[in-house]
Design a protein around this ligand. Sequence first.
Ligand SMILES: [Zn+2]
Length: 160
Amino acid sequence: MRCEICGKSIGARPLRTKIDGSVMEVCEDCSKFGKIQKTPPKPKRILKKTLKQKNKKTKQRRRDEPTEELIEDYNSIIRKKREDKGWSREVLGNKINEKVSVINRLESGKMVPDIKLAKKLENILKITLIEKLDDIDLESFQKSSSNGPTLGDIVKIKKK
Ligand SMILES: [Zn+2]
């Protein structure tokens, strides 16, 4: 490595120095002609920080809506119930304080309502759009554990 100004050999660690608007790799003597550039902060640290923030966000979100999930055929249920009641999309939109375009997109499945909107629809249409996931999980867990090997079975296997 040689100094870009005087050509002196400067080994492996030149000083990055801004001289006349351009950054050059120079020796210690020539660095006095310009402003030494600090090495940019390592991106590793920034990455870590954003990652942490992301985790925090996810956790908070989970705490807010821990067990609730929208059912898959929400759009057909909304449409069916609205038609049962003889309401137009405009009427439903007015009742839940949303634009007709929102109702259009909901019923065509192009828009997934958030929990707040889903609850409004549940109340006004007397339907269930949100499932409690924990109940299902618990049920399947209980089923699988009762079908699983008992302690007696395990002892038998071990004896073989
Ligand atoms: Zn130099």
